[in-house]
Design a binder for this molecule. Structure first.
Ligand code: HEM
Length: 286
């Protein structure tokens, strides 16, 4: 851009120009102080109970790391990246993800509906295998937050009568018969369950096409997601150690490979249709 002689633009018009250029920056860049990812995600030590609320001002004291995302499927408006903050207090690890999403897509009620979601993928071997959900020698532990599960936890999960107000039901099986009709729920399949304790699914995979939810008793990842002003903010929380061999273990000072994926329900994202990151090294401060 050519330099203007001093007398062409008066000072206030120069500031107008500065603000106009700033307004061209990506919205995401306005999520607090942001550092471009260099492949490392630091988790400083925090004294006391960790902020469980995604909107807790305590998170603002931390710089976030901007992690670029790539679409796995051609999409009109793929999300370019996600801002991530991580903290631990020697007992528990907390990660906050924030990303731009103009619209809220919750529990899919109709067949054409898809929900917003976000996932963290941890390598269980410390190696960085194929980013596509590991391989048989390098299993991964996956934590997936789902907007529909968040609604369930918040007691706001919509059902078909929300989508079809004039819906008519002839007969509905007695609760005692539910096992006959709602077999997945009766078998304890979390995907079919209501009254969930956490909006986050704890699962494992050894390559794409193999993802499997851990049992209800093994679900030990907690968190909360809030959609506000066109942004999702989602906190994931888990103890640093777990008795479950399928779970990733965190030790301060020992890096853990981590990757991220985000689904935008408005773009009909589900399964392998998503945006994902490359491997990052999560490092808990000693
Ligand atoms: C090249 C990269 C990737 C490929 C090709 C891929 C492919 C797939 C495919 C085909 C599915 C559906 C089948 C299945 O359930 O396993 C799937 C589901 C899933 N993937 Fe991936 N994936 C990739 C990366 C990732 C990453 C980095 C994460 C986590 C950070 C992830 C998390 C998930 C989750 C949670 C599901 C279940 C989704 C749902 O229930 O809607 N994937 N992926």
């Amino acid at each position: 851009m050519v330099a203007y002689p001093d007398d062409v633009l008066p000072p206030d018009e120069r500031w107008d120009l500065v603000h106009y250029v700033q307004s061209l920056r990506r919205k995401e860049a306005q999520i607090g102080d942001i550092l471009a990812s260099d492949g490392h995600l630091p988790a400083p030590r925090f004294n006391g109970p960790l902020p469980r609320d995604p909107l807790d001002p305590a998170w603002e004291r931390l710089e976030s790391v901007w992690i670029p995302l790539s679409p796995l499927w051609p999409e009109p408006y793929p999300l370019p990246g996600v801002a991530v903050r991580a903290l631990h207090n020697g007992q528990t690890l907390a990660l906050l993800l924030q990303w731009r999403d103009e619209t809220f897509e919750g529990a899919p009620v109709r067949v054409q509906d898809f929900q917003d979601a976000a996932a963290l993928q941890f390598s269980l071997t410390g190696r960085t295998p194929f980013i596509g959900m590991g391989d048989p020698d390098n299993p991964v532990n996956v934590w997936q937050w789902k907007a529909g599960w968040q609604q369930d936890v918040d007691g706001e999960r919509p059902d078909v009568d929300r989508a079809y107000a004039s819906l008519h039901v002839d007969v509905y099986p007695e609760p005692a018969q539910h096992g006959l009709y709602r077999t997945a729920a009766a078998a304890g399949n979390l995907l079919a369950s209501h009254g969930l304790k956490s909006p986050i699914e704890d699962a494992n995979a050894t390559g794409f096409g193999t993802i499997a939810t851990q049992s209800s008793a093994s679900q030990n990842v907690h968190g909360r997601g809030v959609w506000r002003d066109g942004f999702w903010s989602v906190v994931f929380l888990r103890e640093l150690t777990s008795p479950d061999p399928q779970d990733v273990q965190f030790t301060p000072g020992r890096p853990v490979p981590l990757a991220l994926a985000i689904w935008n329900g408005a773009q009909r994202d589900r399964n392998g249709r998503k945006v994902f990151s490359n491997w990052q090294q999560l490092l808990l401060a000693e």
